[in-house]
Design a protein around this ligand. Structure first.
Ligand SMILES: [Zn+2]
Length: 549
């Protein structure tokens, strides 16, 4: 029988939510896969952010080798959104295509612009609206027809129940599109990635019933996919986990207070961004909501009213009561702080985490220094950040401050942030310059990323009822998938084949892994990935509103 594999990606899924739901019998499809297969905690990249996690997943390599460290690429003169063309390494489906395996890939982040493969590729997160999101492009009509208007992106400007409804609508359309492709294509490998779990947990961590409903819906989608793919092996993978965040660490305020970064009243970065979005012509609902937000924010700023200034004036209990009584949609109009009318003085600054990387990346860049002084400052920052204590609780904030040399290797090392922070559980990092303290309690609990994601494997040749004691790496999944399908693994992969998941009597366990040298020239065959300013602004705004920046 022809060997087939499906990978179902669940962005940000965590066993912390799944396990209690399994016990209550609320996730029958996941229960079937887990009890009949292998489960493991899956260690994400550092930073454990959606990007670079998915590029590391699709290449089996660390970001120093594939070159994508963040939602943004800083290697050129201008910061731009990372694209599939920035991934300097063959992806799982490019290798499978070269071995004549037919692939269906849908909604994986950083796959725009979609490069041609042997099969169908539908791009995911970081795809501009109104763009050519599928390869071959004629598949776009098919997907629109099958789903009554296919959608790549969630409407990020929505809040509360309308956001939940929108996320579920996108999930449902993507599931339908995937099922149609599964029945239309004679595939060997198929992958779908659901973003619902990440978005819902980020926004509604304090409302666990909404989170659980999201998992139940995704579980139903998994059930439908399993039904449509009998005989195929299935992997469930998340790029990182999620947890509640209770305390904010304002890294930029700390860098300013300690004299590493300097700010000045100036360019009003965010206001000019809003102006820019206002000029985007018409069509986007985004533009309208941002326009309202922009006027309101300007007015409030002029009057000196910001979330930060109001909170300083009120006793904490009044502040909480005020926040509760104002709906979230309205609260979004109030600027968080004076940050909006300040900017970094880049000439005097030596280290910054502002407006370079996404906050999820928890990354610091050192600027204006030669190599020796740079190494010296990095060592100093690592030391001081690891010593840092929460002034209220006395506990450490930073679990590890990693220097880039300790995390990455490969030809793209020079693009890496100088320092990446791994924070203790419950701490989140922000972009703010202004706050009462470098660490403050959060007014409302949201979800933030956790390094431990999930891995589940199920199918012919895979062990049953097994839980791996030592957690594999996210980078191990791709070589494991290649080996399972009988294809050669690139010799320079950082990940390894997870032989321990296979039944030792099976053909897969007995067969030795084939390796092959990577030929870099083969990887860049797709269309050029340059986005227009309008597309860049649109994607950046979506990331910001969803809480990634
Ligand atoms: Zn993610």
């Amino acid at each position: 029988m022809k060997r087939k594999l499906i990978i179902i990606g669940l962005d940000g899924a965590t066993f912390d939510v799944i396990d209690p739901m399994l016990e209550d019998g609320q996730l029958p499809s996941m229960a079937r896969l887990i009890s009949g297969g292998v489960r493991a905690r899956l260690l994400s990249t550092i930073p454990y952010a959606t990007i670079p996690a998915w590029p590391s997943f699709v290449t089996g390599k660390n970001p120093g080798r594939h070159g994508v460290f963040d939602f943004f690429d800083l290697s050129g003169p201008k910061r731009r959104i990372s694209s599939s063309q920035d991934i300097d390494s063959p992806t799982l489906w490019q290798i499978l295509s070269n071995e004549d395996k037919r692939c269906v890939v849908l909604n994986v982040p950083a796959t725009f612009p979609p490069a041609p493969i042997n099969g169908v590729l539908v791009s995911g997160m970081l795809t501009p609206s109104d763009s050519r999101f599928a390869s071959p492009p004629e598949m776009m009509d098919f997907l629109h027809r099958e789903t009554d208007g296919y959608r790549v992106n969630i409407h990020s400007h929505l809040t509360d129940q309308s956001l939940v409804d929108d996320v579920h609508e996108v999930t449902e359309k993507q599931e339908r599109a995937f099922l149609s492709l599964l029945s239309q294509q004679n595939w060997d490998f198929a992958m779908i990635m659901f973003r619902a779990t990440d978005v819902i947990q980020h926004h509604f961590w304090d409302q666990q019933e909404i989170v659980r409903e999201c998992y139940r819906r995704v579980d139903r989608s998994i059930g439908n996919i399993l039904e449509a793919s009998t005989g195929a092996a299935t992997f469930l993978v998340s790029d990182h986990g999620l947890q509640g965040q209770y305390r904010d660490f304002h890294i930029n305020k700390w860098l300013v207070d300690e004299g590493y970064m300097f700010i000045q009243r100036g360019r009003a970065t965010d206001l000019s961004r809003w102006e820019h979005i206002r000029r985007l012509d018409g069509r986007e609902e985004l533009a309208e909501s941002q326009l309202r937000r922009s006027y309101a924010a300007r007015l409030l700023l002029r009057m000196g009213i910001t979330g930060h200034s109001v909170r300083r004036l009120l006793p904490r209990s009044w502040w909480r009561a005020l926040k509760k009584s104002v709906p979230r949609g309205l609260r979004n109009h109030v600027p968080a702080s004076n940050d909006l009318i300040y900017d970094v003085n880049w000439d005097r600054t030596r280290a910054s985490a502002y407006q370079l990387y996404a906050t999820e990346s928890k990354a610091i860049k050192i600027v204006n220094l030669d190599d020796d002084s740079r190494a010296e400052l990095a060592a100093e920052l690592v030391d001081r950040l690891e010593q840092l204590r929460d002034p209220d609780t006395g506990t450490p904030i930073v679990r590890r401050a990693h220097r880039r040399e300790d995390l990455y290797s490969g030809p793209h090392m020079h693009q890496a942030p100088d320092i990446v922070l791994d924070l203790h559980n419950g701490y989140n990092i922000t972009n703010a310059f202004f706050a009462d303290d470098c660490v403050t309690p959060r007014d409302e609990v949201r979800g933030c990323h956790h390094r431990e994601g999930i891995f589940v494997a199920f199918g012919d040749g895979v062990e049953r009822e097994k839980s791996l004691v030592s957690a594999p790496s996210l980078m191990d999944v791709m070589p494991t998938a290649l080996h399972y399908l009988g294809c050669a693994v690139p010799a320079d992969c950082d990940g390894r084949v997870l032989r321990e998941i296979f039944d030792r009597h099976s053909e897969t366990a007995k067969r030795s892994t084939r390796y092959q040298d990577t030929e870099h020239s083969e990887t860049h065959t797709g269309p050029h990935g340059d986005l227009s300013d309008k597309e860049e602004a649109e994607i950046e705004e979506r990331l910001r509103v969803l809480g990634y920046l």
